[in-house]
Structure formats: C-alpha cells, structure tokens
Design a protein around this ligand. Structure first.
Ligand code: THU
Length: 158
C-alpha cells in the first residue's frame, strides 16, 4: 500500500481573499494566547460552511497536561455553538516570542484526531492552511495529515 498526500506550498499573497483573511485572523489570535510556560503563541481560525468564523489560541496551565491547543479551542467552541454546521477550513499560525515562525506550523496529533472526527461526522473535508513567513502549506483534508486514523467505524455499534 502507498499513501500519497499533496501539500501545496504557496506564498501568502497567492491565497484567495477568504483564505488570506482566515490566516490573518489566526495570526491575530496569537496575541490572545496564554502561554507563559512555552512562550509559543498559537492562533487558529476555523471557517464553517455557512461562513461563520470561530477563533482560538493556546491556553496553558501550571499543570501542563491541562493545556489546550489553539486548534481545539477554536474547534470545540464552534462545535458547541454550531453543532450542525460543518467546518470547512482551518488556518493556524504561531509566534515564538515576537516573530511568526518562518516555517509553517503544524497541528499536533491530538488536534488532527479531534478535527478528523468532524470530517467523519459531516463527510466534509476540512482544508488546512498552515502559515509560515516563508510560505503557507495548503492541505485539502485534515485526514491527509493523519493517514489510517482511528475513527468510530472501528467501534462496536451501540
Ligand atoms: N500548540 C498548539 O496550540 N497547537 C499545536 O498544534 C501545537 C502546539 C501549543 C500547545 C502549547 O501551549 C504550545 O503550543 C507549545 O507546545
């Protein structure tokens, strides 16, 4: 078996206006991050199919395991408030200190798993825009970043 994924690496200016706006919102959200322990400030912006946008940033805690990533902060807020509207695109950006990362920042495995649940639930791919100063990675589906992922189809029917 071979698994192929496509990651487009495009200059920020080559994105559509909607995508640029979503990336700008993710960048802006890095300023709401609470990251006194890592000093790594992550922002996420999630567009839903009806055009609504939910945003998030990473929220850390002295008990490190309690922290939550920017992507899940945005995704769970959207899911709680608009449970029937599928997400269609997520943008992610991060600053280590004052400067945005030069290379695009990638979502952690836990966030990939959480977002993959949404793709399975709604049969709606979530496009992923990973911002870096050098370029933006564009991936057409979160499960492209999580091949052979575990999902509910493996569980016995209730
Ligand atoms: N972080 C995110 O918010 N998203 C990711 O995808 C990777 C990591 C946060 C968690 C923690 O607050 C900090 O970045 C350093 O790992």
């Amino acid at each position: 078996m071979e698994i192929h994924i496509t990651v487009d690496c495009v200059p920020f200016d080559a994105l559509s206006e909607d995508d640029r706006m979503l990336v700008e919102q993710a960048k802006a959200m890095t300023s709401t991050s609470y990251a006194p322990y890592s000093n790594f400030h992550v922002g996420a912006a999630l567009r839903l199919k009806d055009g609504q946008i939910f945003t998030g940033s990473n929220q850390e805690n002295a008990a490190f395991g309690m922290s939550l990533c920017a992507e899940r902060t945005a995704f769970f807020a959207a899911s709680a408030q608009c449970p029937t509207v599928p997400p269609v695109t997520i943008a992610i950006a991060a600053r280590a200190g004052e400067e945005f990362t030069v290379a695009p920042v990638s979502p952690c495995g836990a966030c990939r798993q959480a977002l993959a649940e949404s793709e399975a639930r709604f049969h709606q791919p979530i496009r992923v825009l990973l911002y870096g100063q050098s370029c933006v990675y564009v991936v057409q589906s979160i499960t492209d970043l999580l091949p052979l992922n575990f999902d509910g189809s493996s569980l016995p029917a209730c």
